[in-house]
Ligand binder design. Structure first.
Ligand SMILES: [Cu+2]
Length: 508
């Protein structure tokens, strides 16, 4: 493993773990504003070895792969600059951060090679685990896949007062989950073909913080994990190997009102959940991901419970505790405003993909519960050898409200600083679409016609629409986004986003 991965890390994690020579979990270094209130990011090329004997060409922020964890406080004003040292355009979008459209880093704000983009942040929202990544149409999928992603951590007085673990990389551990598929010469596989554009990117290797099946050695005590699904398209069902429960303490935009005990945490692309786990007995355990319903996402090694990270507590005692209650969330009124906006995710080429998949026998194989290597090989062949779609077919493969993103579609307008109710759904496709809305944190008021699950009742910026389901959200945009620098609403399966499942809106 390239030592440069950890250059500048606040904790040395270069040493190999004791048994089996597995890599220790890399911890992204914290990046705070300097004495001038500035935070500097550089998007750069690099390389890293993920698989034995193979070197992969990568992108990263301030390093070869992934990026630092930007750390800011509520009320802080910082100036953030992004220098592009890549051979192609990039943008930097602050996912979940409430900034005006002009600072949002979406498709209208490309940074050319050699140029620097500078924006001001005025942090007006509570403590949360957010993230940043490129958002350039139609190359977001490729840029994120190559490694451009990092955390943004907001702290505030409430988070400082809670007794939850807060030692970065020690007992407060960020985990970015990503899957990758490699070509025979060790490069990241990436292609928009009939399968990837429908099912989303499906890798056959699992990376946590850019490392394959690593080990972390925290103290014995209560542990806090900030889990980000930073995958292009994959969703996960996270659980523990010894069935010890997870207590969800925060969702995308901040703390829940109280911890929610879960055995299995579903998380989709773009979402974040913070969980606490009791490791006071010092016994090691693994994080596992269980198979998900989407057939293409169930190919090996995701066809059974897959260990993605081992947690081996050391002998030092932990400091944190799990509180009974966390923060006071603003109540949602009984009487909601009428629905003022509907967003319907649509897939225009689903039939073509289904035809190809049906011919492999995958659906039948899934129904039987057994694995047939011939069937699996056929599906992998479709993914890896299926020809790239012509650009026009790519850009119109998916849509929202019947229109594929194009910079010229009409989009819509949302009222500023007013509480609104929106309804999000999908067409006949019954796929998973994690829908992300810029410029806000919202609350889910109805999920598939019912009360949302308890862990989904805090601040959210991404809500998974799955299997024909719906979500109603209570949403407010505090800041403006003018028509020339609009916000985006889109599916966070990046292969869907880059093929039209995105719409723009302004907040005058
Ligand atoms: Cu989607």
């Amino acid at each position: 493993m390239a030592a440069t991965l950890l250059a500048g890390a606040s904790h040395s994690t270069r040493a190999q773990a004791g048994s089996g020579g597995r890599q220790l979990l890399p911890i992204p270094p914290e990046l705070r504003a300097d004495s001038q209130g500035q935070i500097k990011l550089t998007a750069q090329t690099g390389s890293q070895s993920f698989l034995p004997g193979l070197t992969t060409q990568t992108y990263g922020f301030n390093g070869p792969f992934l990026g630092p964890a930007i750390r800011v406080r509520k009320g802080e004003q910082v100036r953030v600059s992004v220098l592009n040292r890549l051979p192609q355009n990039v943008t930097a979008h602050w996912h979940g951060l409430i900034v005006p459209g002009s600072a949002d880093g979406g498709p209208y704000m490309p940074i050319k090679p050699g140029e620097t983009w500078t924006v001001d942040w005025n942090i007006i929202q509570p403590a949360a685990t957010l993230w940043f990544h490129p958002h350039l149409y139609p190359t977001t999928a490729e840029l994120v896949l190559k490694g451009l992603a990092g955390f943004i951590i907001i702290d505030d007085e409430e988070s400082a007062a809670l007794p939850v673990p807060a030692r970065w990389g020690v007992d407060d551990i960020p985990l970015v989950l990503q899957d990758r598929r490699f070509t025979s010469d060790g490069q990241f596989f990436h292609r928009f073909n009939e399968i990837t554009i429908a099912a989303g990117y499906s890798g056959d290797h699992m990376l946590v913080n850019g490392s394959v099946n690593p080990v972390v050695q925290p103290p014995r005590g209560w542990l806090r994990f900030r889990i980000l699904d930073g995958s292009n398209g994959r969703n996960y069902r996270v659980t523990t190997s010894d069935k010890r429960p997870m207590y969800v303490i925060a969702s995308d935009g901040g703390f829940l009102s109280e911890p929610v005990k879960l055995d299995v945490l579903p998380i989709a692309a773009g979402e974040r959940y913070e969980v606490m786990i009791d490791a006071r007995n010092g016994k090691p355990f693994d994080f596992l991901t269980l198979p998900v319903p989407q057939p293409v996402m169930r190919l090996a090694p995701f066809d059974k419970a897959l260990s993605i990270l081992s947690v081996v507590p050391g002998t030092s005692e932990g400091e944190g505790q799990l509180p009974d209650s966390l923060v006071n969330l603003p109540p949602i009124p009984q009487t909601l405003p009428p629905i003022s906006q509907r967003l319907v995710m649509q897939m225009n080429r689903r039939k073509q993909a289904d035809k190809l998949i049906d011919a492999t026998g995958l659906q039948k194989m899934m129904a039987s519960g057994a694995t047939d290597p011939t069937v699996v090989a056929k599906v992998v062949e479709l993914i890896t050898r299926g020809p790239a779609l012509p650009l026009k077919a790519q850009l119109t493969a998916n849509a929202i409200n019947g229109v594929s993103f194009s910079f010229t579609e009409p989009g819509f307008t949302a009222a500023r600083n007013r509480y609104l109710r929106w309804k999000i759904s999908e067409g006949q496709d019954k796929m998973l679409h994690p829908v992300h809305i810029h410029g806000c944190q919202f609350r889910v008021t109805q999920y598939n016609g019912n009360q949302p699950p308890l862990y989904m009742r805090g601040w959210k910026d991404t809500v998974p629409i799955v299997d024909g389901g719906t979500a109603e959200i209570y949403i407010r945009f505090p800041l403006p986004a003018m028509p020339d620098m609009p916000y985006m609403a889109h599916c966070h399966v990046l292969e869907h986003e880059d093929s039209g499942m995105m719409t723009e809106f302004s907040v005058p």
